[in-house]
Design a protein around this ligand. Structure first.
Ligand SMILES: Cc1cc2nc3c(=O)[nH]c(=O)nc-3n(C[C@H](O)[C@H](O)[C@H](O)COP(=O)(O)OP(=O)(O)OC[C@H]3O[C@@H](n4cnc5c(N)ncnc54)[C@H](O)[C@@H]3O)c2cc1C
Length: 423
């Protein structure tokens, strides 16, 4: 019988990794996932052209969630179907692990901008979700448009993906209008110029104006290659060059424009629509970004804001600014909740699968090696009594039953709710 029990909120890369480690130690682990499928940003963030990576990560998550002692509880949003306070206070878990990622877009920093969402302003997370799913027969979610001349505001890897989606979709559409069918994923691999060459078509003949990425710093500052915290001047220079090279390669393959040193400043509104943004020109002076008096008005059919993802508020979990109020950022801990831990993107803020997995591994190892046995460095946690274990299992089963999930058939459930590209 399992002596300890842990609840994990979020079943994707970080949550599944932690669950796998708990399972190896014989800990009853209930993984609560808001969606039917547990794949998180691997399915809904990482663009669908990453075919092989997505397959590999689906399999990795499936493997961990089918481990012994792990109970998957789909379609259960903590903070909604089950409250956070209930889970941490009443259910009887020895610990709760937040592995719920970063699903909220950081707000475009112009007052009142959010009033124009859907009226000229789009945010990255729902846009990429749509891109990954819109061609599924069952998709009935929010719809977005691919508009020539769209402006993307951002600078990180995800914003490059957003502008790539626009350019690739525009090209596929223009070719289709000429009777040429071109697979988008193949074109992502080859790049637009090579794909067009194959069809004997010139980019200039397609009549596409193209989309632009606006970035508030210089091109070499774009965080496209990670800068180590202890980097000296030589390393900084090398990384700046690699960043510029990555950007150059993306521009040459996907033919978008980049406008660096532009910081969004004011909205330009006509009627009830956002039709433009006034950008302040910026400059780098002694390594610091400075806003100048110069401005530039940019009009575009839509603006897509891709300036970072932050955790969605979870009622009961304190926030400091736009992030959860962690007291210990290494282990994702809060003084007010000594049994709470955080793993993956929800703590690291890094939009990266490897970083999420690595962080989850280190926190879960700490939990199994130190926390359980010397809880709060005072005494070992009391193991579950037989009665408490039965009660807890029953509660998990009841929830699984309520959503139609049979605890013995993860594979059957996933097959019935499978993403179209999972093989
Ligand atoms: C456009 C884009 C491109 C990317 N490209 C790359 C790339 O090339 N390489 C790379 O390594 N990474 C990339 N990433 C980032 C990477 O996909 C994520 O950083 C990583 O998958 C995060 O894993 P996670 O487990 O920490 O969080 P998530 O995958 O976000 O998992 C969180 C899980 O928690 C669930 N959840 C949330 N709230 C609740 C709740 N209240 N109750 C229950 N469940 C909840 C969610 O449904 C989700 O399944 C990209 C991301 C985006 C958006």
């Amino acid at each position: 019988m399992e002596e300890y029990a842990i609840a994990v909120i979020g079943g994707a890369t970080a949550g599944a990794e932690a669950a796998g480690i708990f399972s190896e130690r014989g800990i009853l682990t209930a993984v609560f996932e808001q969606n039917a499928r547990p794949y998180g940003k691997v399915e809904d963030g990482l663009p669908r052209w990453h075919v092989a990576l997505r397959q590999k990560e689906y399999r990795a998550i499936d493997g961990k969630l089918t481990s012994e002692h792990v109970e998957f509880v789909p379609c259960t949003r903590i903070g909604d179907e089950v409250t956070f306070e209930e889970l941490i206070g009443d259910w009887g878990f020895h610990a709760v692990v937040l592995a719920n990622g970063a699903w909220r877009d950081r707000e475009l920093p112009i007052e009142g901008a959010d009033a124009y969402v859907g009226k000229g302003l789009v945010y990255q997370n729902p846009f990429i979700y749509w891109f990954n799913h819109y061609n599924e027969a069952s998709y009935d979610g929010e719809q977005f448009e691919i508009l020539d001349g769209s402006a993307v505001i951002g600078g990180g890897l995800a914003s490059i993906d957003v502008v790539k989606v626009l350019q690739l979709e525009l090209t596929v559409r223009a070719l289709r209008e000429r009777g040429i069918e071109q697979d988008l994923t193949e074109m992502e691999v080859a790049g637009i110029p090579k794909a067009l060459e194959k069809h004997g078509v010139a980019w200039d003949d397609l009549g596409i104006g193209g989309c632009t990425l606006y970035y508030r710093r210089r091109e070499e500052d774009m965080p496209l290659v990670e800068l180590p915290e202890d980097a000296n001047d030589k390393v900084r220079e090398r990384i700046a060059k690699s960043r510029a090279r990555v950007l150059e390669k993306a521009v040459s393959k996907y033919l978008f424009r980049v406008c660096p040193l532009h910081a969004p400043k004011e909205l330009i509104v006509e009627g009830d629509r956002l039709v433009g943004i006034r950008f302040a020109r910026t400059e780098m002076m002694d390594g610091k970004l400075r806003t100048t008096d110069q401005v530039e008005d940019v009009r575009a059919p839509q603006f897509i804001s891709s300036i970072g993802s932050i955790p969605a508020p979870l009622p009961g979990v304190a926030m400091r600014g736009e992030l959860y109020a962690w007291d210990d950022w290494d282990l994702g801990r809060m003084r007010d909740y000594p049994t709470l831990f955080g793993v993956g993107n929800v703590v690291t803020g890094k939009g990266n699968i490897v970083a999420s997995r690595k962080h989850a591994k280190s926190v879960a190892n700490y939990m199994t090696e130190s926390y359980i046995h010397t809880a709060e460095q005072v005494k070992r946690l009391e193991p579950l009594s037989q009665e408490a274990a039965t009660r807890l299992r029953q509660r998990v089963r009841d929830r699984q039953k309520a959503v139609g999930y049979e605890s013995t058939s993860y594979a059957g459930w996933i097959d019935a709710h499978t993403p179209p590209d999972r093989v």
